[in-house]
Design a protein around this ligand. Structure first.
Ligand SMILES: Nc1ncnc2c1ncn2[C@@H]1O[C@H](COP(=O)(O)OP(=O)(O)OP(=O)(O)O)[C@@H](O)[C@H]1O
Length: 368
């Protein structure tokens, strides 16, 4: 395994800048997910790391070696693609041993290493099978074993699970995590699926417009996002427009589109009266009660339930107040008996709110 450093990495295709001065350090043995919406430059970044694309500018280091100008076969990397790309006329074992054969490893040793890798991916019983007989999940395991067999310092995975159905994808996410822990290789995994990144990653690098916007452990980026883009991208949330009416050292008071004043803790006083804010209320952090039952003296809004949506394991309630809609969710079985038309009180802990400035940067709330 090895660390990876990407510095000032840029890739232009004609007038289009796909990767825009990206900076990222990945630790030795880490499982880092590059997460972001379609077209933000994840695959291009991964391909530059593997030598399949030449950067327009910037550098790639693997360990202490500058590999920016090296072709893929000279780098200690191996790539797993979304399409499994197995050789149809070779057995599973021959597929897994292929890279070792190319490296000139003799037959008995490559056989032994390929069998070991099939064991790691729990496909030992399939060594003599033809890949065309395998299911999608099995093919992906063989592709993984083939990439791992050459013992790369860094394994690059480009949306490897996206061709699998939901159940298999979730199972493979857990398996991939345990394979990573077993083989002790640095993994860089590209995905646009937030849940996949949360399940797999030691740290997530969230990309936006060709740059890394935030890097951190899953919990950290979810609870403490640096921007409105990340807050929205990582999960459903209520966003409410507000204007700052008063500032103090510890926080600001804002008039919101909900018709109520909200106090948000802020950091270093970078906000002025009159500034526009967007305030985010995560649906799981709202407290709700029937309006006539509340004795809550804290901040709250009174609204009316307009829709109740069953979503499998949870129920989502929409509430209208002052012409704005907010929603909250409760687990099925633990949901309150609210019905459409009920008047309810929605309250929150000011520490759970997040506030963002007009340019999308985080200016307050949460644990920041
Ligand atoms: N070979 C190429 N020639 C021209 N433009 C390209 C090329 N490869 C990628 N791009 C463009 O660069 C941008 C980033 O593409 P990239 O595939 O890296 O994004 P991504 O985040 O991996 O997206 P997705 O999740 O959809 O694969 C996109 O606008 C894409 O159209």
């Amino acid at each position: 395994m090895a660390s990876v450093t990407l510095s000032g990495l840029r890739k232009e295709y004609g007038d289009l800048t796909a990767v825009d001065g990206l900076e990222l350090s990945i630790d030795d043995g880490e499982l880092l997910c590059l997460l972001g919406p379609s077209g933000c430059g994840k695959s291009t970044t991964l391909r530059m790391l593997g030598g399949l694309e030449t950067p327009t500018d910037g550098d790639v280091h693997i360990g202490d070696d500058r590999v920016t100008d090296q072709p893929p076969y000279e780098r200690e990397t191996s790539m797993v693609f979304q399409s499994w790309a197995l050789f149809p006329h070779k057995s599973v074992l021959e597929n897994v041993a292929f890279g070792l054969k190319m490296d000139g490893v003799d037959e008995s040793e490559r056989d032994e290493r390929a069998r070991e890798m099939l064991e790691v991916v729990e496909m030992s019983g399939f060594a003599d099978h033809d890949p065309t007989d395998l299911s999608g999940g099995q093919k992906q395991r063989v592709a993984l074993a083939r990439s791992l067999a050459i013992e790369p310092d860094v394994l690059l995975l480009d949306e490897p699970l996206s061709n699998l159905d939901k159940r298999l994808r979730e199972q493979m996410q857990l398996e991939l995590r345990s394979i990573h822990d077993e083989v002790e290789t640095t993994f860089v995994h590209v995905t646009h699926d937030q849940n996949e990144a949360f399940t797999l990653a030691d740290r997530i690098g969230i990309m936006n417009d060709g740059q890394i916007e935030q890097v951190g452990a899953p919990r950290e980026v979810y609870d403490d996002p640096v921007s409105l883009f990340i807050e929205e991208f990582l999960g459903d949330t209520n966003l409410v427009d507000a204007t700052v009416s008063e500032t103090a050292e510890t926080g600001v008071v804002a008039d919101t589109a909900l018709g109520t004043e909200i106090t948000v803790p802020t950091g270093d006083g970078a906000i002025d009266a009159g500034d526009d804010l967007t305030i985010s209320f995560r649906p799981e952090e709202l407290d709700v009660e029937h309006a006539d039952a509340t004795d809550d003296a804290g901040p709250s809004i009174i609204g009316e339930i307009t829709d109740v949506l069953y979503r499998g394991s949870s129920v989502r309630f929409y509430v209208e107040s002052a012409g704005e809609r907010v929603f909250f969710e409760q687990s099925v079985g633990a949901e309150t008996d609210f019905a459409v038309g009920d008047a309810i009180a929605v309250s929150w802990d000011p520490d759970d709110l997040l506030a963002f400035a007009a340019d999308g940067s985080r200016v307050g709330g949460g644990v920041a």
